[in-house]
Design a protein around this ligand. Structure first.
Ligand code: G3P
Ligand code: MG
Length: 244
């Protein structure tokens, strides 16, 4: 089986996460898809960033939800990583979709609504994806089970994944009950029984964040449908090694 390699926040070991530089690099390194995280600005525009706050990855401070897109785009989103990325800025979901539209890449857009449940986030993101005709190669994921339900209610054909970094009593049953198509789990929760259960129930299983070759090889050998990695180049090499 061919597992997909998703660049986690782009090629985020070699470029600042969730910036165009990281996405370009992921594509160059041979990733099959890109994982990115989305929040809403004060003017209700979806933007790509991992944290709710801009402190760690920009020269600003405070919550994304308290700034307009225009204000956020004045910030430097690259120098925290390395001076060579001083021109990197926060990008909107729309800019990302525009870029990815003509590339043969899958999309995994993670709704960051587990700490702040942004009003209408599901609807706004879904509409943007439709605008760019990208629904067929997009998976939306979230740690928020209620949001999984809302997405499925919008359109039951959307590919939706339930994310978890915690042990559920029965994650496969939970995912099925919510109508999810996939589970995205933390690497330490991975075991063969879980992979087999998922496949029996026709639920895809992908693993984050897999940055060590031995963990990549184990995930691929177990039959995972995909991995999320900060180092897509290494993952491509590992997968080739298994297929040789
Ligand atoms: O979507 C997989 C992974 O990105 C989930 O965790 O915190 O890196 O967004 P996090
Ligand atoms: Mg994420």
């Amino acid at each position: 089986m061919h597992a997909n390699i998703f660049a986690h926040r782009g090629a985020s070991k070699d470029a600042p996460e969730n910036t165009m530089a990281a996405f370009h690099l992921a594509y160059e390194q041979g990733a099959d898809g890109i994982e990115t995280d989305v929040h809403l600005t004060k003017d209700h525009i979806p933007v790509l960033m991992h944290d709710e706050r801009i402190n760690r990855t920009t020269n600003g401070a405070g919550y994304i939800k308290d700034y307009t897109l225009g204000q956020l785009q004045e910030l430097n989103a690259g120098s925290w990583f390395s001076p060579e990325f001083a021109r990197s800025r926060i990008i909107s979901l729309e800019e990302f979709l525009e870029w990815i539209q003509d590339k043969p890449l899958y999309l995994n857009i993670e709704l960051k609504n587990n700490n702040i449940d942004y009003n209408q986030l599901e609807h706004i993101v879904y509409d943007r994806i439709l605008d760019y005709h990208l629904l067929h190669r997009t998976t939306l994921s979230t740690f928020n089970p209620t949001s999984v339900r809302r997405l499925k209610y919008l359109n039951r054909t959307i590919g939706v994944a339930l994310l978890t970094s915690k042990r559920y009593k029965n994650i496969v049953t939970a995912a099925k009950d919510l109508g999810a198509n996939a589970i995205h789990i933390k690497y330490r929760l991975l075991n063969q029984l879980l992979v087999d259960q998922c496949h029996q129930e026709n639920i895809a299983i992908r693993v984050f964040t897999v940055n060590k070759p031995q963990h990549m090889l184990r995930s691929f050998s177990m039959g995972c449908n995909g991995i999320f990695t900060d180092v897509p180049e290494m993952a491509v090499r590992c997968r080739n090694q298994l297929n040789d």
